[in-house]
Design a protein around this ligand. Structure first.
Ligand code: PA5
Length: 469
């Protein structure tokens, strides 16, 4: 029986959320009083009930992912079919079709992984060209990931790769090197798959890219690289169950975090959220989080005669930024709240040798592990911020494992959806991004987008040349 099925093990590996640093007792007037949080509980209860009702109605499809078996079986089947044939797996995707697998691979892939995962979300010719040139195509599998099946960057990459594979491997063999992950019915990529018969996986309906990490989008490359996706899903499921079983809204980690961040944003003007990960393996999770927070919560709503806008600017930092940006957060404008990611057990033990004992300025480092040094720096930063009245919360992972990462990803997704429900906005869709997609289609001559082409050309023509230097 896998360890994560044992209750004791799950409890020992549960994420901990410490909200003390957000409270007035820790940071003074810029913090929230416990009574203020308590008075907000009826609103959190409303949100909790509304979300439960939406889930019961079959909405919020991403919440069902940790509990579904059939898609996992299919992912494992395709992953098993490609086992041993390739050295590298290159994911062609962007945004939510890239950041999730980057988070999984960054945290969980190891040197000994079955496959080296490369996420190619750049169409810069100076990086994509050399990347392809450096690959042994005979030993490379490409996973093309696009929900819409029409994202210009991904489709351009796919067309280049397909062409090269065909030339190098022949018109029959090249297909073995492509796995396509896309919508079951819609989009040009779906049509291509149906016509050309590539190996394929489906992105379920109703799931935007930033909520797709636990679909085949994240799970297939992860499984192919040997990451334990069952444990990952078990972690997500345990966070889901923890939230749903919480006796009060403030005992549900996602809802409590969302409620506190809402109060800080709207009543204390903390419009920026800094996610500071004291663990390099969680850096890509920070990037994934930034997309989740920005695209889900940066929205405007029409309220009769006015437009209300909401959003909290996410910023991702790491410990090295103590030496570059912390100054701003401690002494600069008090418009930020920090969420620390802390890890109890950093895994690899690298100890500082007890040398230079006679030098007071460095001797004290001897005998400490680098993990202990990281954790001491996190605590010190937390307190330094608090002493200047700057609020922070700390999420602690007992270790970086598939189980703890699953919890973290699910918690953050739920917190985004909870916060959207409090703010009265839709966390799904990205209307602001669609506009630039439409204009780019026009510029590149896509049929049907002639008006967009003319709009960009007209806008360029009216620029005042006096201000172009
Ligand atoms: O979160 C989202 O939905 C977006 O960031 C998309 O993932 C991104 O735009 C890529 O879209 P697609 O998967 O359709 O290629």
């Amino acid at each position: 029986m896998p360890q994560y099925r044992r209750r004791r093990w799950r409890e020992a590996n549960a994420l901990r959320l410490d909200l003390n640093g957000l409270l007035a007792g820790a940071v003074g007037g810029d913090g929230i009083a416990p009574e203020e949080l308590g008075a907000f509980e009826p609103e959190l209860l409303r949100v909790r009930d509304a979300i439960a009702a939406r889930r019961a109605a079959g909405e919020l499809s991403f919440t069902a992912l940790p509990h579904e078996r059939e898609p996992v079986r299919r992912v494992l089947e395709v992953a098993a079919a490609v086992q041993g044939q390739f050295d590298a797996l290159v994911v062609l995707g962007i945004g939510g079709s890239a950041l999730g697998i980057r988070a999984l691979a960054g945290a969980l892939a190891t040197e000994g992984s079955a496959l080296r995962i490369v996420v190619a979300d750049s169409i810069d010719p100076e990086t994509f060209g050399p990347l392809l040139a450096g690959l042994d195509l005979r030993r490379t599998l490409f996973n093309v990931v696009s929900k819409s099946g029409e994202t210009a960057e991904t489709m351009a990459q796919f067309m280049i790769v397909r062409d090269r594979l065909m030339h190098q491997l022949g018109a029959v063999d090249y297909k073995r090197h492509l796995v396509v992950t896309t919508d079951a019915r819609h989009g040009s990529l779906r049509q291509i798959v149906n016509d050309e018969g590539f190996q394929q996986l489906v992105i379920p309906e109703g799931i935007d890219g930033r909520y797709s990490v636990l679909t085949a989008v994240g799970l297939f490359p992860a499984a192919a690289a040997g990451i334990d996706i069952e444990e990952l899903l078990a972690g997500a499921a345990s966070m889901d169950e923890r939230g749903r079983a919480a006796p009060t809204p403030l005992r549900d980690p996602a809802l409590a975090l969302a409620g506190a961040l809402w109060l800080l944003a709207t009543r204390r003007q903390k419009r920026m959220l800094v996610l500071m990960a004291y663990c390099e393996r969680l850096a890509a999770t920070g990037d994934w989080f930034c997309q989740l927070w920005a695209e889900s919560l940066g929205k405007s709503v029409e309220l009769g005669d006015r437009t209300a806008v909401w959003g909290q600017t996410p910023i991702r930092l790491g410990p090295a930024d103590q030496h570059s940006q912390l100054q701003l957060f401690v002494d600069g404008p008090p418009d930020k709240v920090v969420v620390f990611l802390r890890v109890d057990d950093h895994g690899a033990a690298v100890d500082v040798p007890a040398t230079y004992q006679d030098l007071e300025g460095v001797g004290y480092l001897g005998g400490h592990s680098l993990g202990a040094l990281l954790n001491a720096e996190q605590r010190a930063t937390e307190l330094a911020l608090a002493k200047r009245g700057r609020p922070s919360a700390t999420l602690t992972l007992p270790g970086v494992t598939a189980f703890t990462l699953g919890q973290l990803l699910f918690l953050l997704q739920m917190a985004a959806v909870d916060l959207a429900a409090i703010a009265g906005i839709d966390p799904f869709g990205q209307p602001g991004v669609e506009e630039s997609r439409r204009l780019a289609f026009g510029l590149l001559g896509r049929p049907g987008f002639e008006a967009s082409h003319d709009e960009v050309e007209g806008w360029l023509a009216q620029k005042d040349t006096r201000f172009i230097l």
